[in-house]
Design a protein around this ligand. Sequence first.
Ligand code: GLV
Ligand code: GLV
Length: 322
Amino acid sequence: MSKVYVTRKIPEVGIKMLQDAGHEVDVSAKDGVLTKEELTTELKKKEYDAVLCLLTDQINGEIFDAAPSAKIFANYAVGYNNIDIKEAKKRGVTITNTPGVLTNTVAEHTMALMLSITRRVTEGDKFTREGKYKGWAPELLLGTDLKGKTLGVLGAGRIGYRVGYHAHKGFDMNIIYYDIKQNEHFEKDLSAKFYDTPEAVLKEADVVTIHVPLLPSTRHLINKERLAMMKKGAYLINSSRGPVVDEFALVDALKSGKIKGASIDVFEKEPELAPGLAELPNVVITPHIASATEDTRGKMSEIAAQNILDFLAGGIPENIIK
Ligand code: GLV
Ligand code: GLV
């Protein structure tokens, strides 16, 4: 029997899997993100063998040192920019994530973001609730069609592909994309065109959607200069990680009308928003919920638990970060 620490309540299914396998599972009782001090204090209470952590936990050398016997940290997310992988390697700690299962869920939310901003759904909702709707009018809240427009996908991983798939197959959009390496499925399945720089995509796309991981090389991938390269009247969608976009520069670009609108699920300093962002009518904001469906959050719980179970049984978990 091993001891497992879970940093916050997650869907029960994964917790139950760990318990059913005979492990002792402690779940943080706090309904919120543990501070660094709280997390280290918790981890020092017992000799934990495994930790199930969330994307809101900053996992670094100090945290690993607070749980020296925990040789696996299973992240409940596909992104793992919250974990210092170098420090983990130094200490021989295995890190896992939960890829695959959330690909379609995030892609669907990305389409929701895209449709909401181009068809002014949230703006129209607010307008109507505020009692401003006085009857049908020929030029009320005119939006933008997606059909025949060009979608620029930055980041050609599983999620980027799935968004391209929905946009091309479902909405007749043309797809162009950038990644550090070409993904032949884009060309074969989506008739997409590859560009070897993000700039080339930004100059041509009517809608840009971001699906890169957060790395030193992708921090502020979308900055003032690159926003200035976008077509006038283009839209920006971000369901990846907040710091990929310079949020201050985005607010300026939205204010000046340089870009027509943005839909974002992630923020540079979550949960804070850049000053002025929430006051803009041409932005749709959701609170980092792109993977938040009952099914997917449940499956993420199962996968994180399975990664721990495999590791504790002496096997090799399926989703190791290398
Ligand atoms: C969500 O943002 C994830 O990385 O799983
Ligand atoms: C995540 O699953 C990705 O590869 O985009």
